[in-house]
Every structure is written in C-alpha cells, then in structure tokens.
Design a binder for this molecule. Sequence first.
Ligand code: NAD
Length: 499
Amino acid sequence: MNTRAAPQTFDPAATTHATPVTVAYGDGIGPEIMSASLRILKAAGAAIAIEPIEIGEAVYKAGHASGIPPEAWETIRRNKVLFKAPITTPQGGGYKSLNVTMRKALGLFANVRPCTAYAPFVPTLHPAMDVVVVRENEEDLYAGIEHRQTDDVVQCLKLITRPGCERIARYAFEYARANGRKKVTCFTKDNIMKLTDGLFRRVFEEVAAEYPEIATEHMIIDIGAARLAASPQHFDVILTGNLYGDIVSDIAAEIAGSVGLAPSANIGPHGAMFEAIHGSAPDIAGRDVANPSGLLLAGVMMLVHIGQGAVAARIHNAWKRTIEDGILTADLARGASAREGVAAVVGTRAFADAVIARLGEMPRTLAPVAYADAAPLPVPEAAPRVPARKELVGVDVFVHAADIAPDALAERLAACAEGLFDLTMITSRGVKVWPQGLPETALVDHWRARFKSKPGLALNKAMIARLLGRMAEAGIDFVKTEQLYLFDGKPGFALGQGE
Ligand code: NAD
C-alpha cells in the first residue's frame, strides 16, 4: 500500500469504468464482514461489478474435496481479482486447504501483509510499528509433499526454486520502491538449511544489488522474529519464505494491535486475491459482533491494485477517523467500555455505518493516507539462466530397518555396493552413525546410506539401478533415493552432521 504518496482529491467521475471483482462471502463471520465491507466500498464510490461465487464449507460438504466448484474457478480466472471472506475448513481428513489450493493454482506467489499500529486508538506496545511482511506463497514446506517412509518416520519435502526466490525477492524490492520504503530485511535459517534457505538468501543478495537505494539486511529467522516482537520499529519490509512468513506475519499483526485488523494481498501474474488474515471465527458468527476491519483493509489493498487509489484512500482515512473517534468493535475495545478514548462499542453493521458516515473526513491524529492511482505493481519475471553442468557422483539410499546396529547394517550395504560404489557414510536423522558414530546418538528405523562413485569409474544411472537390484535381492527395504550431483563442480547435496 502506498502510504507515502502525496494526498489526492477524490473525483468519482475518474472511476466510471466498473472493474469486475469475484466475491466469496465465506463461512462463519464471513457473510457479515463481507456485506459490511462491500457496503463501505460502494458508499465510497468504488467502481466494481461484483460477481459472487460460493466456496468453502457448504461446497466441501457437497462433495468437492477442494472446497471450490468448477464454475467458481471460471469466474475467478475470468475476473482475475478475488475478494474473499474467510472460510471454514471442515475438521477431519480428506479436505485440502482451499486457501493453499487457490494460491498455488492461480500462481499467487506473493503474499503481502501490512502490519501497522494505530496507537493510541488500538492499544499496542509498539506505537511506531509499520511493517510489511512479503511472504513467498507457493513453495517451501507448503508444497505439501509428505510421505510416511517407515514405522517411525514421516517426511515433508521442502522445495525452494531459484525462479521462485527471484520472483519474490524482486517483488519485495519493487514493492519497497513503489511505496517509499527504505529497507528490506530477509529472514532465513541458512545456517542450518544451507542449500534451500541458502538459495533464498543468495538470490535476495543478488537481487538487492539491483536496488542500491534500498538498504538491506539478513537475519537468521529466530533472532529476527525475536527482534520483531521486541522492537518492530527496526523493520520496514520483511522478506521471507512461506512457513516463516506465515508465522512472522501473524506475530507482526498481533503486536501491531490485533490480527483482526490485518489485511492480506495474494498477488500473481494471472490474478490477485484479497482477504483478512483471520479465520471464519465460528464462535461469534451470526451475532453482528465481528470486526470487519481486516477484510475492509484488504478491500482497500484491492482498490489500489485495480487502480482506484483515491477511493481506497477515502475509505482508509474514514476508517482511521472512525477508530480515532473511539467507535470500536468488541475485539478492539477488549471489554474496556470505560477505557479512555472508547466512545462506543458497536457491532459489525454499526461499525460499517460509522465508517460510511465519515467518508470524506481525514484522521486528526493518525497520519492520513494517499494512494497513487497506479496500475498494479509489475510482477517481475525471473531471469533466464544457463543450465549448470551436472555430474552424477553418488547416491543416498534411504533404508527402513529396525533393530539393527549401524555396523551390521553397513556390512550388508557395503556387500551390495561391491565393485560399484564406496559406502562412505550412514546417518540416522541426518547425524552420522557410521563410521565412528557415538553410542549416545538415538537411532530409529530409518537410515540414509551414502554411496559415492569409485575413483576413476564414470557413474551412471544403470549402476544405481544395479545397486538397488542387489539390495532388493538381499532383502534390504530401501524407501527412497536421492542422486548426488555436482553442479558446475560444486556439491548439490549437504554433508551429514559429523561427516
Ligand atoms: P479465527 O481467526 O477464526 O478465530 C480466532 C479468534 O479470533 C476467535 O476467538 C475469533 O472469535 C476471533 N476473531 C477472528 N476474527 C475476528 C473478527 N474479525 N472480529 C472479532 N473477532 C475475531 O481462527 P480459528 O478459530 O483458528 O479458525 C476458525 C476457522 O477459520 C477454521 O476452520 C480455520 O480453518 C479457518 N481459517 C480460515 C482462514 C481463511 O479463510 N483465510 C484463515 C485462518 C483460519
């Protein structure tokens, strides 16, 4: 959101062309907060043509495991802009998260979550906080590729791609540039995940060089999250991966005042989805008490995205003024009707009425916002790359074997490798247990055996197939393989801990 541009006057005639917007009313409090938000958008002069779709709980229960019927996909793909209230994911197995499905199917690679304090009107320990979390939205552990491999061991694949890193890093810097932001901080855990998080960080540093006017820093996610919680004013834009971003943005929203206030934009080359970050709050559904602010502010982001910045600013300023006037929903008043500054604790509908009544007014204490009537931020393409020279040098074979000592297992595995490979290492949960393991290391029924090609022997896939064939004959239960490659002479695999 461009909160730093020059103020603008509102001219409804400038926005006569209505932009089609797909609207999902959602579940739980969804219909109430969506109706309230749309009422405000319309009263403010938003030129949008609404096309409603039904997604969520009822659709899941009607037998669509994805929570979305085919005709809704068509509407979303045609309009390219989705304004979405929260939905309820039914309990129990078999239901896929609709949010994750939509983000990935539509290629919404960037999740932008502004977390701003509205002190003193919304209590917070961090009145100066104004942080935007830019979260990668499609990759990482959220690829959802999970397998059970043995009795004791399940795994989840963490997939990080160079094009994915490039796109999200460029988006973060483009966002910073377009919104007058001064610094981008990258959070990773590259001290542990040297290949995956290492790539995210390396690409961040490469892309940063193209934006010399923007300051950059990198923090290991654990200390970064701790600093964010203690001194959020240190941060401006935070760029991070999918899982870290999910967690960090909720922390940021909560310490800014309330997760109930935070909007979220999901942006991709083929469309965009705008939503609140909170869920469907079934505990308060249908009671006219829910706070529509998170969804409304997502609507503000949507209007900026579709080039109706003046209307967006009109709504955001009226909303700020409403909060300043002490008109609060129960979640923000936090039971303190007597708190200084709380004039009235109101329900969803009355809150929307209060915002509508203030359209055209400016906040008196909080900074007024102005949004440029700009086209959507360009979605940067990843640069084409020359493929690296790839050389096969070995294979890791994962084995299911219970009640066996590392030495005995090594003997059986080495026998299978005779004349083809050298068995160089066995690990248990990533820690080397052979050769020269420590007796203290806990063992499970899942082993990774590393086979390296013999010196002078050119390795090929047929030799790996022969190794596996011998293992099968020997009754060794291999559950997974990973080839070991050098890319342009550099190892494309991590060392075992202790190797
Ligand atoms: P939730 O965010 O719905 O609720 C957590 C708490 O915050 C509840 O006490 C609720 O009453 C309160 N709350 C949330 N939004 C509020 C608002 N606007 N005004 C006032 N109070 C509000 O989280 P949950 O209870 O863990 O999840 C409920 C359902 O929502 C689940 O089915 C979950 O899968 C789904 N969910 C959907 C989305 C989405 O669609 N984007 C996101 C998160 C959770």
